[in-house]
Design a protein around this ligand. Structure first.
Ligand SMILES: [Ca+2]
Length: 231
């Protein structure tokens, strides 16, 4: 029995899973107040897994210039909100301290007002996601912290409390997922009890491998199948 056909098949498989280029959706780089939704991204609030409402109000300068954001204007402190720090420096306001080139969100004062950033798959395919939630409030140890959840449609994909309650604490999630066209990934920050000191940095890169890689992968699988038949 020759091992060469299997070896050749595995080489093709390896090539197939290492695409030469890919489409990358980046929550911070793509952030815009031009529209909501904004391409595949949406900025809203709701009861996680149950309801979703786009944030209705926007500004190019939330606390100051180069701080574009979406928010709920008819609520105290204008939360829930989603803001991109484009100042090139640390954004500070009371106990909030957001690193340069970082997006952050804050839930509202209601379990039905969790901050929700959505990604709606532009097309069916295999997506890789790499997400980091970061505590960007310096009131260490105060209050209840925030909860972070990722939903695929209405199903929980990932859920954690953002602890410890120290500035810069992170919760990360990464993985691969098959999405149908218009299938929704929701990245949720909830108040986890009290909504005080819940400012949370949100970083997300969602990568779609080039379709050609699936063609090569298909050839690899076909090769393996042929080999198995010939055994
Ligand atoms: Ca909280």
């Amino acid at each position: 029995m020759s091992r060469l056909p299997l070896f050749a098949g595995l080489v093709i498989l390896a090539l197939g899973t290492a695409p030469a280029s890919a489409t990358v959706y980046d929550a911070f780089s793509d952030f815009s107040i031009a529209s909501n939704p904004n391409g595949p991204w949406g900025y809203g609030y709701g009861r996680p897994g149950v309801s979703y409402t786009p944030m209705p109000d926007s500004t190019p300068s939330f606390f100051g210039p180069d701080e574009p954001g979406w928010f709920l204007g008819n609520s105290p402190f204008l939360v829930p909100l989603a803001i991109a720090n484009r100042t090139g420096a640390i954004l500070t306001s009371t106990t909030i301290s957001v690193p340069a080139n970082t997006m952050f969100v804050h839930p509202g004062n209601d379990d039905a007002q969790a901050a929700i950033v959505r990604f709606v798959a532009p097309e069916a395919g295999h997506y890789n996601y790499n997400v980091v939630f970061t505590r960007v409030d310096t009131a260490d140890g105060f209050d209840t912290g925030a909860g972070v959840t990722i939903y695929d449609g209405n199903a929980v994909l990932f859920a954690r409390a953002l602890v410890p309650l120290t500035y810069g604490a992170t919760v990360s999630a990464s993985g691969s997922i098959e999405l149908a066209a218009n299938e929704v990934l929701s990245f949720v920050v909830d108040r986890n009890g009290s909504y005080f000191f819940d400012s949370t940095g949100f970083s997300a890169q969602i990568t779609v491998p080039e379709p050609t890689s699936f063609g090569i992968l298909g050839v690899g699988l076909f090769g393996l199948k042929l080999f198995r038949r010939r055994r």
